[in-house]
Each structure stands twice: as structure tokens, then as C-alpha cells.
Design a binder for this molecule. Structure first.
Ligand SMILES: O=C(O)CCC(=O)C(=O)O
Length: 314
């Protein structure tokens, strides 16, 4: 399909530093995604990438009896100051606020890394399918590129307007080459409708939690590194009334159902590790619910997660 290109930030006439122009906001509302949007300068992006790679060198196996990849892939902001810091970047918050309003929380931060030449993919899916938040419009993902995320490197693809669907049926594949927690996928997507969201280092895309999206293998000679930050408003609630956790990053959280968490001061502090297990235990029942196989990213450690670290908000 000859999809309409997203308005370029250089030409769109922004409403304020980091904010979105009316044409960009209109594009997002119409299509359920927007790409590219500037988040960091090239040098800043290189520095952030260096900090991610320094963590990989420093923690070949991470504290807390889990691999670093576990913390990179699920709720990294709870134990890694770097990821909490990226999620609080003013230019990113300014742009997210243009869509969701001034009161913003971060529900999750995840790193999606595809090594050079890897067959790893992300199948067609809608994010909200297993998150237990219903079909809310008050959530979006900012996906920030820390490397050159070209078509060749396996950038994301989006189906324009697909966010107008309800949550559709997904099948768990547990495919080893799929980066998703259970390899979930929507069948029957007309890929000719898809629009690529290639990003330069420091650029980001936004997508709605019901937008159909996917990404292919990395055929480039470099790693493909992206940080996905899941923003919600205080109006979003776990639909089953269960406890879930989020970090307030802008404005106020007047009437939220979220247990508010603070960003960590240091990597893998004992308190952060305990909180990490508490959150994973609380989320596992919902996020791994109904799966036919083990969802390894949501495997709860026995014995530890039962004790709460929080008394209300922290
Ligand atoms: O990193 C990718 O290719 C896909 C990421 C994704 O599906 C998401 O952020 O929701």
C-alpha cells in the first residue's frame, strides 16, 4: 500500500521543544504509530549505547540469580538506573505528553537487541493482548533507537489504522527465534499494507498498544538496539483489580490503581532486586496467563517473591 508518510519533524513545525506538531499528532491518531521523532542527538545515543554495552561487560551474569537479558527484557527500569533515566528524558516526555497528556507513568522498560546477522524476529502482535490493562487508548510505547535501525537491520513495521481494532486473536508459537515472551502472533496479516519505521540512532517511534506491528531479522553488520518504554496515564488500571506497579515520570498520579515505584539509584541494589521479584510475581499471573508452555521471561523464583517490599507507594 502506498501509505502516507509520517510528517517529518524537520518540516512539521513543532509546537514546542520536543513536543509534536499538530500534523504529527493527527498522523498518530489516524494511523496508530508515528516515526521518526527525535529523542537524542547522535552523540548522546552513542553514549547511551556505550552504557548499555558497559553493563553487558560488567554483568555477564547479573546479581539476583538471573541473566542480564532477563532484566534487559522485562522491567529493566526497576534495577537499572540507565533505563529509568532514558524513560524520564524530558524531550521524550514532552512528545509523549502531546499524545497522552501531562500525567505519565512508566509501566515497563525493555531492551530489544538483535545481534548482527541474527534470525531473531518479532511476530505480528498487539502489545495490549497480555498486559491485563484491557484495550485502553491511554498507553503508548516510545521505541528509541540506540543503533542504526534500518530496514536491513530489522526495524519495526506497522499496519496503519490497525489500532482501531479491538484486541484480536493471537496464537502462542514459542518459536525460539521470536523475541516475544511467548512468540505470540496474529495470523492473516496483509503485509503489503505494512509501513517500515526505520530509525537513525537517537530517533524514536511511537505506537499504540493495539497497533499491529512486527519486525524482521537483522541482516546488517551491526547490532540492532532499541529501548521500548511503555507509558500509561493514571486512568489505566489492571482490569482484574490486581496490584501492578508503575513509575510516575511527569505530572501527578491522582486516582491511580498503580503502586508507584521510585527509580533505582544504583544497578542491582538489594531493594531493587527484591522489588523486581515482587513485580514479576504480581505480573506473571496475568502476563503468562493462559499460555500453553512456560513463559520463561515471567518465571517466578520460588520462595522469594511472596514477601512484599512495598507498603503502598514508594
Ligand atoms: O523491537 C522490536 O522489533 C519490536 C518491539 C515491540 O514489539 C514493541 O516494542 O512493542
Amino acid at each position: 500500500m502506498a501509505a502516507q508518510a509520517a510528517p517529518n519533524v524537520e518540516t512539521a513545525g513543532k509546537t514546542g521543544a520536543g513536543g509534536l506538531a499538530p500534523s504529527q499528532l493527527a498522523f498518530y491518531r489516524e494511523n496508530g504509530f508515528l516515526s521518526p521523532i527525535p529523542a537524542f542527538g547522535t552523540q548522546e545515543a552513542a553514549t547511551l549505547r556505550g552504557r548499555v554495552e558497559a553493563l553487558e561487560l560488567e554483568y555477564p551474569s547479573a546479581p539476583g540469580g538471573r541473566d542480564l537479558n532477563q532484566y534487559f527484557r522485562v522491567n529493566g527500569h526497576v534495577v537499572l538506573p540507565l533505563l529509568a533515566e532514558i524513560a524520564r528524558t524530558p524531550a521524550i516526555l514532552e512528545a509523549v505528553a502531546a499524545v497522552l497528556g501531562d500525567d505519565l507513568l512508566v509501566w515497563s522498560v525493555e531492551l530489544f537487541i538483535k545481534e548482527a546477522g541474527t534470525a531473531k524476529v518479532v511476530s505480528w502482535h498487539q502489545d495490549l493482548t497480555y498486559w491485563g490493562m484491557g484495550e485502553t487508548d491511554e498507553e503508548l510505547t516510545a521505541w528509541i533507537a540506540l543503533s542504526d535501525v534500518s530496514v536491513e537491520a530489522g526495524c519495526m513495521r506497522f499496519i496503519p489504522g490497525s489500532h482501531r481494532n479491538a484486541i484480536v486473536a493471537h496464537q502462542d508459537t514459542f518459536d525460539a527465534d521470536n523475541l516475544l515472551s511467548r512468540g505470540q502472533e496474529i495470523s492473516g496479516i496483509d503485509e503489503s499494507q505494512a509501513v517500515f519505521g526505520a530509525l537513525k540512532p537517537g530517533e524514536m517511534s511511537f505506537h499504540h498498544g493495539r497497533t499491529f506491528h512486527a519486525s524482521g531479522p537483522n541482516h546488517s553488520a551491526d547490532r540492532r538496539i532499541g529501548v521500548a518504554v511503555r507509558y500509561v496515564t493514571p486512568h489505566v488500571k489492571p482490569v482484574d483489580g490486581s496490584a501492578d506497579y508503575a513509575m510516575l515520570v511527569r505530572g501527578q498520579d491522582h486516582n491511580s490503581a498503580w503502586i508507584n515505584i521510585a527509580p533505582p539509584a544504583l544497578p542491582f541494589e538489594p531493594h531493587g532486586l527484591k522489588l523486581y521479584e515482587e513485580i514479576l510475581a504480581a505480573q506473571a499471573a496475568v502476563l503468562a496467563g493462559g499460555a500453553e508452555g512456560a513463559v520463561s521471561l515471567y518465571e517466578v523464583k520460588t520462595g522469594e517473591a511472596a514477601s512484599r517490599t512495598t507498603e503502598g507507594n514508594i
